[in-house]
Design a protein around this ligand. Structure first.
Ligand code: NAD
Length: 512
């Protein structure tokens, strides 16, 4: 059978094996091998073939990476915003030059369609890099004044030091970029642990930083397990801040460890985004939006549409049309140009997703999907799935599934729709669909989430913050708001009187 994606995949695989022959760790400006004594094999989830076996990092590698970051900090933090901006503009240019290489590596390790890597992950990362190249020049403390009458005050905004970051596997390149870019733009240095399943593009990203002239040690990557390398990085005494993106369960463990060493903490955790369709909505737009918003990245997206609440008059039509549109989405080889949807990240994740759907069969109705697609059993594929008739408090409505599964529920009054939308522990993202500006505006005010879209679901932009409310975490990625995480402010106070006995010394010396 002719397979149009075959040669592109083979090239990407050969490239990965050659490129990472020196090792899959990036410490002090170069690739090296991990010293844990264990290996991990990156597997292409669309075929089950091995892509690369690499030596995992151990705690000694974390120590070496943190030492490199600590050594690089004084020099990097002393550069001017203009110098860092120049370096990051060069960084964006290197990424643009190497865009196709990055897109192929991302698709290979994740199984995501090449069109998604080419049109979303890689351009988004280049844009983010260019954004921070500009934003760093606006980084400032508040200029202040003479509040006491006897002093001049101002506020300095300073980098924090060595940042330890941990990233998930769903958007490995973008997650690495969202962590690394604001941190280094603000003058910090960083050690990032990618998910061990997907280290390739984080390593390429660090290498591109070096190619752009960013000094050795400013960006380091340690690819190891969460238990060993992740925990050691979070607990490390020379790491001043932990920035974590991943599940809420692991986020809680990370928070405990970070608290024990009183670290600055930024947590981007799970989501279960509601998709709220009022009865005056454009039904066709809502159906298109629900399918695209639920299936993006095979549903492995923390902001994916996962719970559609549809007002009763539109409910039946919405269910029928959404199921039909889901069935038209083309699953296949991520490297083939006509593929819309790739596999899940791994067989384990596919089975986990299937487990949620199988358990739901006893209390809900699987309208479409709910199975491994015929002819694609060799990969970690799962059919786009729509589930109806589930109770609000059921597992499929409440838990993050992280796969191509949308659950749909009816509602009657606007009050009820908004209440149901808010009725999970998560609060990362949501959307409201209506042509009535007052209804939509009410939903944006009352839904508790870090982002609420109106008549769309998913788009992100570098200029705007991304981050959760409630159990989805705290702190922001992207935008100038991310500088609040990666900087600390200092009050500086100058005496203006030039006298030895200050007025306030009365409190110590009395009336002498
Ligand atoms: P995960 O929590 O299992 O793992 C995330 C990272 O933490 C990985 O690098 C992993 O190795 C590491 N880790 C695991 N155990 C650890 C420990 N004990 N100490 C330190 N590090 C540890 O998540 P995942 O399965 O890789 O990714 C999916 C999750 O990520 C979903 O819950 C999703 O919602 C979330 N996510 C959130 C955002 C966001 O912006 N809020 C973005 C993407 C993904």
């Amino acid at each position: 059978m002719h397979n149009p994606g075959h040669s592109t995949r083979t090239q990407a695989q050969e490239h990965a094996q050659q490129h990472f022959a020196p090792g899959a760790q990036y410490i002090a400006g170069g690739l090296c091998k991990g010293t844990s004594g264990h290996t991990h094999t990156v597997v292409d989830p669309s075929t089950g073939e091995d892509v690369l076996t690499y030596s995992l990092a151990g705690t000694a590698d974390v120590d070496a990476a943190v030492a490199a970051a600590r050594d690089a900090f004084p020099g990097w933090s002393a550069t001017t915003p203009g110098e860092r901006s120049d370096a990051m503009h060069r960084f964006a240019a290197v990424l643009a030059d190497r865009a196709e290489e990055f897109a192929r590596a991302e698709s290979l390790q994740c199984g995501k369609p090449l069109k998604l890597s080419r049109e979303f992950d890689v351009p988004g990362t280049i844009d983010n890099t260019a954004f921070f190249a500009g934003a760093v020049r606006q980084l400032q403390g508040q200029s202040a004044g003479e509040y006491s009458g006897d002093h001049t005050s101002y506020v300095r905004r300073e980098p924090i030091g060595v940042v330890g970051s941990i990233a998930p596997w769903n958007y490995p390149l973008q997650m690495a970029a969202w962590k690394i870019l604001p941190a280094i733009a603000a003058g910090n240095t960083i050690v990032l642990k990618p998910a061990e399943l997907t280290p390739l593009t984080s390593l390429l990203f660090a290498e591109a930083a070096t190619q752009a002239g960013i000094p050795d040690g400013v960006v380091n990557i340690v690819a190891g397990t969460g238990r060993e390398v992740g925990e050691h990085l979070v607990a490390h005494p020379d790491v001043a801040m932990t920035s974590f993106t991943g599940s809420t369960a692991v986020g809680k463990r990370v928070a405990e460890l970070a608290t024990s060493t009183v670290k600055r903490l930024h947590l981007e955790l799970g989501g279960k985004a509601p998709f709220l369709v009022f009865d005056d909505a454009d039904l066709e737009a809502a159906v298109q939006g629900a399918v695209a918003g639920a299936l993006i990245n095979t549903g492995q997206d923390c902001t994916a549409a996962t719970r559609a609440y549809v007002q009763r008059p539109l409910y039946r039509e919405f269910v029928q049309q959404t199921a039909a549109l889901m069935e038209s989405v083309r699953l296949g080889d991520p490297f083939a140009p006509d593929t819309d949807l790739g596999p899940l990240i791994s067989y384990a994740q596919r089975d986990r997703v299937a487990g949620f759907v199988d358990r739901a069969r006893s209390y809900a109705r699987v309208v479409t999907g709910g199975e491994i697609p015929k002819g694609l059993e060799h990969g970690a594929y799962y059919r786009p799935t729509l589930v109806a008739d589930a109770a609000q408090d059921s597992e499929i409505v409440q838990s993050e599934i992280f796969g191509p599964v949308l659950v749909v529920l009816p509602f009657d009054s606007d009050d009820e729709g908004i209440r149901l939308a808010n009725d999970t522990p998560y609060g990362l993202a949501a959307s409201a669909w209506s042509r009535d500006v007052y209804r939509a505006n009410r939903a944006t005010r009352e839904i508790k989430a870090g982002c609420v879209w109106v008549n769309d679901h998913i788009p992100i932009i570098s200029e705007m913050p991304h981050g959760g409310h409630k159990a989805s975490g705290f702190g922001k990625d992207m935008s100038v708001y991310s500088f609040e995480e990666y900087t600390q402010i200092k009050h500086v106070m100058f005496d203006n009187t030039a006298v030895a006995r200050k007025d306030w010394h009365r409190t110590i010396f009395g009336d002498r």
